[in-house]
Design a protein around this ligand. Structure first.
Ligand SMILES: [Zn+2]
Length: 273
């Protein structure tokens, strides 16, 4: 009996170590990295040249997957000044995660103390989610998104953080909002950083934040969840594997219009219904 108790304690400690629901927020290293100007130095090792045969994208934290595809969402601090930015964020999500899967974020109004689901605070700090998937369910300020970028997002030639003046390295302020929102919503759906996977190549050593539990299939350099993506944040556009990944977890959108748009992808045999 004692043996089982120790086994349980060890398993519990392991769970604590790997859990994303802990105190440490999933802070964004894009703080330091973004936007990447050049691909990683040892690009010749890039998986582009040896594409994995199996495709099973994203790094899912299985226990944090939402039970329903319909997920409540609210803003902690909506006001007139950030209205256009909120519209932009909503549109970015509608055109990515929601466009290809059955995920439907509903509400988008002001939070109340009782609000459930994802609660977004707009604040000039590193974009982050304070856990993966359902770990931020009903959590006040569970997701932080930045729309002003005076204290995060840009550095001078010496690497010191400075208020952003856009365009910055070819990005507009709207690009920053859109790209970081798509990434953070990936976390909110239960996806960890792709580069945290154990099969991440050695040149990609930007591991950060909570790990997933299901690193199956090929590592995806193009994922919006991969800091090593030579295109910062995948430019806020889901990679082919991101699309397949979110569809595998939450179901594929099958309406005719979307089917046409993603026709090539729907032909792949890997899709579940
Ligand atoms: Zn992240």
């Amino acid at each position: 009996m004692k043996k089982y108790f120790f086994l349980f304690v060890i398993l519990f400690l392991l769970w604590l170590l790997t859990s994303c629901g802990g105190a440490a927020p999933v802070e964004e290293p894009i703080t330091e990295e973004v936007p990447a100007e050049e691909p990683a130095a040892e690009a010749e090792e890039s998986p582009y040249e040896n594409p994995p045969e199996s495709i099973s994208p994203l790094y899912v934290h299985e226990e944090s997957i939402w039970k329903s595809n319909i997920i409540d969402l609210c803003w902690e601090n909506p006001n007139q000044n950030n209205q256009a930015d909120r519209v932009l964020i909503q549109s970015a999500i509608e055109n990515t995660w929601e466009a290809v899967s059955l995920v439907d974020f509903v509400g988008w109004g002001a939070c109340t103390p009782e609000s459930k689901g994802i609660r977004i605070q707009l604040s000039d700090e590193p974009p982050q989610t304070k856990g993966l998937g359902t770990n931020i369910d009903s959590l006040e300020n569970g997701m932080i998104l930045n729309t002003t970028f005076n204290h995060w997002g840009c550095v001078d030639v010496n690497g010191n953080r400075v208020p952003c003046i856009f365009p910055y390295k070819g990005y507009s302020r709207e690009d920053y909002i859109r790209i970081s929102a798509v990434h953070e919503f990936g976390h909110a759906l239960g996806f960890a950083h792709e580069q945290n996977r154990i099969d991440s190549p050695s040149w990609c050593d930007l591991q950060q934040g909570a790990d997933g539990t299901m690193p199956i299939g090929g590592w995806d350099l193009n994922s919006v969840m991969n800091y090593c993506n030579p295109q910062w944040g995948g430019d806020g556009k889901l990679s082919e594997m991101d699309i397949i990944g979110v569809q595998r977890v939450y179901g594929a959108k099958r309406i005719e219009k979307e089917r046409k748009k993603f026709d090539g992808l729907f032909e792949k045999p890997h899709f579940g219904e």
